[in-house]
Design a protein around this ligand. Structure first.
Ligand SMILES: Cc1cc2nc3c(=O)[nH]c(=O)nc-3n(C[C@H](O)[C@H](O)[C@H](O)COP(=O)(O)O)c2cc1C
Length: 389
């Protein structure tokens, strides 16, 4: 398949509003806890993920502060940090981003999140209608990019006024940390074409992803630019397809119809996001038709806003599905699974070998060359067999 030779760039996710084993209940749930997020980040770093996405929103820990903390707990892991224009000035965000890139020794990636809920944005003091948010974001990132790339910027715009702004300390990465972005409306795609490095889509079926990639490519080409592409998906990978589907069913086994209805009502009433509407349209709140494309399961989107689909199956099955996306031009995967600590292990141990990804970083040797039999021997020494047998 074309485009599938290069290994995928594989990131994980920090569930900064909380985590759990069963969607839509408090059973075995884990509240937001920076100590727990550090455990996930350390696991992701050791297991060979290249980075983690840190979201933003009224229900989440603040993304820049959390990333700075997690950077101190990790060595190589990059931080794809959500930045919501309008919650602070571009000059202030340029200082935040530059310092975060410096304290993490060049491990910052930025994810522009314009926002898709008028109610939530009003709480942040942002009162712009949907499309105008992107006009505002365009001016915001004109200033932000120029400032972080050159150290000075000036704009007397319709939304943003920054007079002779300066930035004293540059980021480690030149000319600036890479900029990612997700948004499915025409206004989003038009905005993204002029500004971003990587376009992110939630996990829609391959035909829909292909259509969006085509639109983004054309919009970028019209501005003389090229962008790359990533996909945000949950994963339910088990040793067999059957076990994986059982795990998917288990994840929503304690979810009541009332909870689904309440969540779907919030998506309808509190969201003007085209991307969110595309996620909802995959299942329309019905739990009887959740495999919306082979091995693509929309069960998570019954109650979770944003990324609502998971690839479900054995390592071979899921790897084959990922190669289909890769053939469309996807080079980056932002993955997650419930709960995020345990599933970080599952995905790395089961799926990475199928994808040709390296797995744990800097493993230390555990024998003098003999194969070890796990669990054999106990304290007195392991059962050993000849190397290679
Ligand atoms: C990969 C990805 C990550 C996103 N992360 C966030 C987030 O952290 N917080 C948030 O409020 N919206 C997030 N979004 C939503 C979008 O940023 C956007 O605000 C919303 O969907 C409106 O876009 P649209 O109407 O142009 O589709 C994310 C979207 C994608 C694709």
């Amino acid at each position: 398949m074309p485009g599938t030779d290069k290994p995928l760039d594989f990131l994980w996710f920090i569930p900064s509003s909380g985590d759990g084993a069963y969607l839509g209940t408090d059973d075995l749930s884990r509240p937001a806890d920076p100590g727990y997020f550090a455990e996930i980040a350390k696991a992701a770093d050791r297991l060979g993920y290249s980075g983690v996405l840190i979201p933003t929103g009224a229900a989440c820990e603040e993304s820049f502060v959390l990333a700075a903390n997690l950077a101190a707990h990790t060595e190589k892991l990059k931080f794809l940090v959500a930045i919501r224009p309008g919650t602070a000035s571009p000059a202030y965000y340029a200082r935040l981003a530059s310092t975060l890139d410096r304290v993490s020794h060049g491990r910052l990636l930025l994810n522009i999140v314009v926002g898709g809920s008028a109610q939530e944005l009003a709480g942040d003091g942002i009162f712009l209608p949907h499309d105008e948010r992107y006009d505002h974001a365009d001016e915001f990132f004109q200033v932000f990019n120029q400032l972080i790339e050159t150290g000075s910027a000036h704009l007397d715009g319709k939304y943003i006024k920054a007079h002779h702004a300066t930035l004293g300390v540059p980021p480690v990465q030149e000319p600036r940390p890479p900029i990612y972005f997700g948004g499915s409306s025409d206004a989003a795609i038009d905005f993204s074409a002029g500004i971003i490095d990587k376009y992110l889509t939630w996990g829609e079926p391959p035909e829909q992803v292909a259509e969006k990639i085509g639109r983004v490519r054309a919009a970028a080409a019209a501005k003389g630019r090229r962008v790359t592409f990533g996909i945000r998906l949950h994963f339910i990978v088990r040793e067999t397809d059957e076990e994986a589907w059982e795990a998917a069913d288990r994840l929503i086994s304690r979810l009541s119809d009332d909870t689904i209805d309440a969540a779907q009502k919030i998506f309808r009433d509190n969201s003007d996001s085209v991307g969110q509407a595309r996620m909802v349209a995959l299942h329309n709140g019905r739990r009887d038709k959740l495999e919306v494309s082979p091995n693509l399961w929309a069960g998570i989107g019954l109650v979770r806003s944003g990324a609502g689909t998971a690839l479900v199956g054995s390592p071979a099955t899921v790897a084959a599905r990922l190669r289909e996306y890769q053939a469309l031009g996807i080079d980056t995967v932002i993955a997650s699974g419930y709960p995020h600590l345990e599933e970080a292990y599952r995905v790395s141990e089961l799926l990475f070998p199928e994808l040709g990804l390296a797995g744990p970083r800097n493993p230390i040797r555990s024998s003098f060359g003999e194969k070890q039999v796990f669990g054999g021997g106990g304290h007195a020494g392991n059962i050993r067999s000849a190397a290679g047998s």
